[in-house]
Design a protein around this ligand. Structure first.
Ligand SMILES: [Zn+2]
Length: 561
């Protein structure tokens, strides 16, 4: 029996496509094996909204129409929500295929038509529920004068009180209110005055605060701003947050349109659409001062976007980690040389950047100093005779360096447990259990699942544990190091992208740390190659970059610079 695999990823899933596709495919491959079949064709759609192109699915259906030439007899899908999240859509696609004589099989959650229909109903219900309930619940919180989740905005701290619902209070749940922070409040007031009365820019304000050694707000992701410096983006956020006028405001941006159109930016809601609290907290800034601050933002003519007249060979691949958290470096040309320059000064002020020992205002490194290191790296670690030995040595050294592995395994297991529990609930429907009871339980389980998935999504991508396959892939590559040296910048860049090259430059240590990846697809493409021609790495795989998180550890080195 021949199966077509169909997979789908929507941005709502918050999953990496490089992980989602193989994981859905592998699960389906196992299922197909138990059915005594093989996967003979596959399609995968990446969607960015609820009303979206499903180019892959439409292609699959088109091929299914011709029973003489189609390469498959049945379709395997991971679960009903992968076919389409909308119940009607999913049911229609399934019916279309059935009419063409091509039944749809689900890897999980399939089974009786009733089971499938219920699962589809739950998918749709969940989506509508999330939209409506979250907004309503959070709006209600706002109305009660409580702050929705997260930490207090800079200038305030949270004061806790027992939860107003007795049953939750007895469980130890608390609610929080905002109260001015005596140290941070004057800083916020200074920022507004400097902006409105002294006419300073956001960068000048950041500079002034940084030189006065006022600690900045702690970034939600503490690894991002370890030096605790003020960035102009922080200043801007403070100047635009109406919370300082004593009202809680929620829902200032609307992402729904972006999802439905499958792209574009979030819409900023009009002020009369904002959800505001009726119970106020103490104001730090008067409404007049706040309005004046907004006026200056509106008055500022929008500077034309920086023209990128040329694309640099290493743009987006190089980060500066010279005494601060890794930060992008951007290309710049001066006096005939191309440099990669650290972005730190542009975000935190040049004097702040200059204060980092050995860094300088515009920490930069010449492209033609980095390129030979990169080419050496490819020659030794990726194409050279000793590459598999070097890889083995390095994997030994890394040992259990994947610190998140255990957490990731636990979360993955918990998600699987939730799915099993949901399936059991759905089976309960057929056994005659009250649907309302089942819905309540499924709703709980869905929340658990969302929690685990959110936790999973912030972990670093897994390092490949399949070291054997990694070594195999590496060993299959022909020696293209001379070809890479001789290639033009366009081809070189394609190769760097295909290998997912990343470089971290540390001027204080004088090192450039590089990593790259070799996945199955790339090894397939390059295996028989004797030269590097344009698009060799990008063709044949639906275009675009071949990128993978797998095998990121396969080649890794620190070199003096
Ligand atoms: Zn830097």
């Amino acid at each position: 029996m021949r199966f077509a695999f169909y997979g789908r990823l929507s941005t709502d899933d918050r999953q990496d496509v490089t992980l989602a596709r193989p994981s859905q495919l592998h699960a389906c491959e196992r299922k197909v094996q138990t059915l005594g079949g093989t996967i003979t064709a596959d399609w995968f759609d990446v969607e960015s909204g609820s009303h979206d192109q499903r180019a892959g699915l439409l292609e699959l259906i088109a091929e299914a129409r011709d029973s003489a030439t189609r390469r498959f007899d049945q379709v395997i899908v991971y679960n009903t929500s992968r076919l389409a999240r909308d119940r009607v859509d999913a049911a229609l696609f399934e019916r279309d295929l059935r009419r063409l004589g091509v039944p749809v099989v689900y890897e999980s959650g399939g089974g009786s038509p009733l089971e499938i229909a219920i699962k589809q109903a739950i998918d749709e219900h969940e989506r509508n529920q999330i939209k409506v309930e979250t907004r309503r619940g959070q709006a209600q919180n706002i109305m009660n004068g409580y702050r929705c989740g997260g930490r207090a905005p800079y200038g305030y701290r949270l004061e806790y009180e027992p939860h107003p619902v007795a049953s939750r209070a007895s469980k130890g749940d608390r609610k929080s209110r905002l109260t001015p922070d005596p140290e941070q409040m004057p800083v916020v007031q200074d920022i507004y005055r400097w902006w409105v009365e002294d006419g300073l820019g956001t960068m000048a304000i950041a500079d002034r605060l940084n030189s006065g050694a006022v600690p900045s707000p702690v970034h939600t992701n503490t690894s991002r701003n370890v030096r605790r410096r003020w960035a102009k983006s922080t200043i801007r956020a403070i100047l635009q947050n109406p919370v300082y006028t004593g009202r809680l405001v929620w829902d200032r941006t609307d992402h729904s349109l972006k999802r439905e159109r499958g792209g574009g930016g979030a819409r900023r809601r009009e002020p009369d659409e904002w959800v505001r609290s009726e119970v106020e907290h103490p104001a730090i800034i008067t409404q007049t001062l706040f309005d004046a601050a907004q006026g200056r933002f509106h008055a500022k003519s929008r500077r034309p976007a920086r023209k990128s007249s040329r694309v640099y060979l290493l743009t987006g691949l190089v980060k500066c980690a010279s005494g601060h958290e890794p930060l992008a470096m951007f290309g710049a040309s001066t006096r005939g040389y191309t440099y990669m320059r650290c972005d730190y000064g542009r975000s935190y002020g040049s004097s702040e950047a200059a204060a980092i020992p050995g860094h300088g205002q515009w920490c930069s490194v010449r492209e033609d100093d980095l390129l030979p290191l990169i080419l050496d790296f490819f020659e030794k670690r990726i194409f050279g005779a000793a590459r598999t030995d070097l890889l083995a040595k390095q994997l030994d050294q890394l040992g259990g360096a994947d610190a998140d592995a255990q957490t990731r395994a636990r979360l993955t297991r918990q998600i699987a447990d939730v799915d099993t529990a949901v399936a059991a609930q759905v089976r309960g429907l057929e056994a005659g259990i009250d649907p309302m009871a089942i819905k309540a339980r499924v709703d709980e389980l869905k929340i658990d699942r969302a929690t685990y998935e959110a936790a999973l999504s912030v972990l670093a991508p897994p390092m490949s544990t399949d070291h054997g396959r990694l070594a195999d892939n590496l060993a299959r590559l022909p020696d293209l190091s001379d070809a890479l040296r001789a290639a033009g910048p366009d081809v070189q860049r394609e190769v760097f992208d295909a290998f997912g090259l990343r470089l971290e430059y540390d001027r204080t240590r004088g090192t450039a740390r590089m990593s790259a990846a070799v996945d199955d697809a790339l090894a397939d493409v390059l295996a028989g190659a004797t030269e590097l021609t344009p698009s060799i790495c990008t063709g044949g795989h639906g275009g675009g970059r071949i990128r993978t998180c797998e095998g990121r550890a396969n080649a890794f080195t620190a070199r003096p610079l």
